[in-house]
Design a protein around this ligand. Structure first.
Ligand code: GUN
Ligand code: ZN
Length: 439
């Protein structure tokens, strides 16, 4: 029986090609699970079982609805570990590098988020766009205004999405209209944590924008919060752009490196997400790996702003936790498939090869691991939240033509990663509910 499923309550199953990961395919063999004729059983918004249809279907309760997705790929929802929702309206705005781009486009766009009506409107569009692209969890920067975070969490809560977000902290080197004192920023962040951290599926990140826009006092207060609330997240930018790095060196001459600035204030720890990580040295890479912090690779942004090429091979040698991110609006697409495409090319430019399996890992379980949320999101482990997507390998005429003669799973996924975008995402389920369906 095939039947359309509307609600996340009760039990239902999806029949199709199942793909998920239990490890990094670059590190371990058998890190992925692929069931060409698979069955995903969902009960009350969680994964009850995943495996071969032939093995699982006899145990289904008679009458359990089965959605027929044969010929498509069912995989955990994508996880975007670094994105700015107030930058949605200024995506695709050119500048000669990061610092002029912030001044010319970013700060004026973020100013508008003092207005809760604007923040709600932008948050609604942003969440819908993520879901259209198959992204079910993201680590999100709001603006400095607590209202912007409040609006974001309310909209996410209404959809039931698992989101991590934080209000940006800035107490220097930004326009007056975005600046607040170190103490006020810390107070507002703590209030957000108390109200929203782990309220349903919402989680809070302490969010110093980057070391240039925070005084040492502000980084200290951020580090104090990170210590006082160890299961919150930390997110910031590091080693993105060479002009930025020279500036940081002049602001923090005592630090060994840009990353070391953050370590001095207690901001390197599990659940800390460092965006870009382009211009690190091996000592920095070793510190990221040793402290359990993770890197968010932002290829479309790094190409768009001319920031540089992430060095995958050096990161792998150091054992860094890697995740994939769009960094909209420096990034140029909400689609994690388009992000995989650009990541593949960036890796090629540095002599590395990323397999399609690894790209899909980075966009799912890799993100969950970097966030210390494995077992909760990012895989079909029993009990995981049922956030998943249905991908159509024949979504476009070119994809249909290319994938019909794919000889292996790797070849099929590679075509999706290089040729795919939002059109490939047929359905997005969040906690077992359909939140996007491509007509
Ligand atoms: N560094 C500090 N702020 C930002 C931002 O908004 N985007 C990017 N890409 N880098 C930053
Ligand atoms: Zn960013």
């Amino acid at each position: 029986m095939s039947q359309r499923i509307e609600q996340g309550t009760g039990t239902f199953a999806i029949r199709g090609g199942l793909l998920d990961f239990s490890g990094d395919p670059a590190v371990s063999e058998n890190a992925h699970r692929w069931e060409e004729d698979g069955l995903l059983v969902v009960a009350d918004g969680k994964v009850r079982a995943a495996g071969a249809h032939a093995a699982l279907s006899p145990a289904l309760e008679p009458g359990t609805p089965i959605v027929d997705c044969r010929g498509r790929i069912v995989t955990p929802g994508f996880i975007d570990t670094h994105i700015h929702y107030p930058q949605t309206d200024m995506i695709a705005s050119p500048a000669e590098g990061l610092l002029p781009w912030l001044d010319t486009w970013t700060f004026p766009a973020e100013r508008r988020f003092a207005d809760p009506a604007h923040a709600h409107d932008a948050a609604r569009f942003f969440l819908d766009e993520l879901l259209r692209c198959g992204t079910t969890t993201a680590m999100v920067y709001c603006s400095v205004h607590p209202e912007s975070a409040e609006a974001f969490f309310l909209e996410s809560e209404a959809r039931g999405t698992r989101m991590v977000a934080g209000k940006v902290l800035m107490d220097r080197h930004c326009p007056d209209f975005l600046r607040e004192s170190a103490e006020q920023g810390a107070r507002e962040s703590e209030a957000l944590i108390r109200k929203w951290h782990k309220r349903g599926r919402q989680m809070v990140a302490i969010t110093p924008r980057f070391a240039a826009t925070s005084t040492p006092a502000q980084l200290q207060l951020a580090g104090d919060l990170a210590c006082a609330y160890p299961d919150t997240f930390v997110q910031t930018h590091v080693a993105e752009n060479t002009d930025e790095i020279a500036w940081i060196r002049s602001l923090y001459p005592e630090a060994r490196s840009y990353l070391d600035v953050y370590e001095r204030y207690g901001l390197l720890r599990p659940r800390a997400m460092y965006a870009h990580c382009i211009w690190l040295d091996d000592a920095d890479r070793a510190r990221l790996a040793a402290t359990g912090a993770a890197a968010a690779l932002c290829p479309t942004s790094n190409l768009f702003l001319g920031s540089g090429l992430f060095d995958v091979r050096s990161a792998d040698r150091a054992g860094m936790a890697l995740t994939l991110a769009t960094d909209v609006g420096g990034g140029t697409s909400f689609s994690m498939l388009e992000t995989m495409n650009e990541m593949y090319k960036v890796a090629r430019m540095t002599g590395a090869h990323l397999s399609a399996l690894r790209l899909f890992y980075l966009a799912t379980l890799g993100g969950a691991r970097g966030m210390r949320l494995e077992g909760t999101i990012g895989s079909f482990a029993p009990g995981a939240e049922a956030d998943f997507i249905v991908l159509d390998p024949r979504a476009t005429p070119l994809l249909a033509r290319r994938t019909q003669h794919a000889q292996s799973l790797e070849e099929l996924l590679f075509a999706l990663a290089i040729l795919g975008d939002d059109r490939v995402v047929e359905t997005t389920y969040v906690a077992g509910k359909i939140l996007h369906e491509r007509k």
